[in-house]
Write a new protein. Structure first.
Length: 218
């Protein structure tokens, strides 16, 4: 059964954490958009994680500013996001674990693994990228679209996440949860948070690459 908990980061931001299953832990760093309760209801996501991390304690958390975590944090820097990951692993008392870094979460995984090599057994990078340079106008347009037409924004996000898949096979972000907490449906302010976090995550991680000692699967 999935369990939800909350931890406070070093700068006082509340981070929402979800755990599921049992066994050696695998920590999933959130992509630029996340909302844990609904993501687990999406069959493609559930099938992927249950298959890839079968027999493990699956640890998820919502990024600061998104989902069930605090919505208006003061800092979206890479250091803040790495610190949030440390908050999650310290809160759960994890001594060693696998790190799964999708999208901009790959930068967080790399920096954390470089700073805490004794705690990371393996790093898995999935669709990770080092920079969003050149697509900032696209993200800003997506922010504007979120606030006025969620269905079209959802289709656009699905295209960005899965550009090579046929349209009818792409998983789409949900419209909203019953409580209205789904981040991207709450208007332009939350969309700005998404874009700010996505841009800032990819800045300043290059120096960490030579210090990574764990095995890395890309």
């Amino acid at each position: 059964m999935e369990r939800f908990q909350f931890a406070k980061s070093s700068d006082g931001v509340r981070i929402a954490i979800s755990t599921l299953g049992s066994g050696p832990p695998a920590v999933m760093i959130p992509f630029w958009f996340s909302f844990m309760p609904i993501e687990r209801q999406m069959p493609p996501a559930r099938a992927f994680f249950d298959g890839a991390f079968r027999g493990r304690l699956q640890v998820y958390y919502d990024k600061r500013g998104i989902g069930l975590s605090d919505r208006s944090p003061p800092d979206f820097s890479l250091d803040a996001l790495v610190s949030d990951l440390k908050t999650v692993t310290d809160f759960l008392g994890l001594s060693q674990f696998v790190l799964f870094g999708p999208g901009d979460g790959g930068c967080v995984a790399i920096v954390y693994a470089a700073r805490h090599p004794e705690r990371v057994s393996h790093v898995i990078l999935y669709g990770a990228y080092r920079s969003l340079e050149g697509i900032s106008p696209l993200l800003e347009a997506l922010v504007a679209l979120m606030s006025v037409e969620w269905d079209l924004a959802a289709q656009a996000m699905a295209q960005l996440a899965n550009p090579s898949r046929r349209p009818h096979l792409r998983p789409r972000p949900p419209r909203s949860d019953p409580g209205g907490r789904c981040g991207a449906t709450t208007g332009g302010g939350q969309g700005v948070s998404l874009c700010r976090s996505g841009r800032s995550t990819t800045q300043g991680f290059r120096g960490a690459l030579p210090a990574v000692r764990s095995g890395v699967l890309v």
